[in-house]
Design a protein around this ligand. Structure first.
Ligand code: AP5
Ligand code: MG
Length: 214
């Protein structure tokens, strides 16, 4: 199954992606995670990406397209993949289509998780992530026992640098301007499936499974 996960920042792409990847046994490829790892490792690409991310802007297409192309050539992607946070511009979507067609592949679904702006702001500003194991919490919706320590591994919980109120607002604007046009792009190709992401995590996942197996 070849899937792209659309949806604004904070819609729950990462949360649902973990469940989808496990259920359908496909690799979860998050471009945001790839960039955050590169920032933590202080690579040249990471340093370049960091400035864009912290301003809430998109990393330039040529950087992200190259990374995804290389990743999709991995043998683990031959039987399917789940892209989370890519594509984010029409140019990225066109590049993906072209790249897949070279190897005789195509997308099966563009899954769009829809959540309103007020909920997105609450979800993003309350998110906490474990530095050690990557587990994601929410201070209100999925609270850890301690606001600073991971229940699963005891690692330190941190707030993403781009989850401040000011940067969140910018990210949501950038989504509307540059990424929302992909809804039409995938609708025109009859690939778009839309799920109401305002509900609880388990209800959203049930809806996702129904849509993907329909
Ligand atoms: P990226 O990491 O992809 O961030 P994003 O798209 O802004 O999305 P988030 O990861 O913030 O949210 P999510 O939808 O995954 O939500 P989550 O499940 O965590 O990208 C970061 C940056 O990298 C970009 O701004 C850009 O600079 C760069 N970048 C990445 N890809 C790029 C590309 N293709 N091109 C150019 N630049 C790129 O959930 C959020 C919170 O809500 C959590 O606390 C969670 O516990 C909670 N939650 C989840 N679901 C629910 C629910 N149903 N009910 C209540 N709470 C919930
Ligand atoms: Mg995410």
């Amino acid at each position: 199954m070849n899937i792209v996960l659309l949806g604004p920042p904070g819609a729950g792409k990462g949360t649902q992606a973990l469940r989808i990847a496990k259920t359908y046994d496909i690799p979860h490829i998050s471009t945001g995670e790839i960039f955050r790892r590169a920032v933590a490792d202080e690579t040249e690409m990471g340093m370049r990406a960091k400035a864009y991310m912290n301003r809430g802007e998109l990393v330039p297409d040529e950087v992200v397209i190259g990374i995804v192309k290389e990743r999709l050539e991995g043998p683990d992607c031959a039987e399917g993949f789940l892209l989370d946070g890519f594509p984010r511009t029409v140019a990225q979507a066109e590049a993906l289509e072209k790249e897949l067609s070279k190897s005789g592949r195509e997308l099966d679904s563009g899954l769009d998780i829809e959540v309103g702006r007020a909920s997105l702001i609450k979800r993003l500003t309350g998110r906490r992530t474990c530095r050690a194991c990557g587990k994601v919490y929410h201070l209100t919706f999925d609270p850890p026992q301690s606001a600073t320590t991971c229940d699963a591994c005891g690692g330190e919980l941190w707030q993403r640098d781009d989850d401040t109120e000011e940067t969140v607002s910018k990210r949501l604007d950038v989504y509307e301007e540059q990424t929302a046009p992909l809804i039409d792009f995938y609708n025109e190709r009859d690939l778009l499936v839309e799920v109401d992401g305002e509900r609880g995590v388990d209800d959203v996942f049930s809806a996702v499974k129904q849509l993907l197996t329909a």
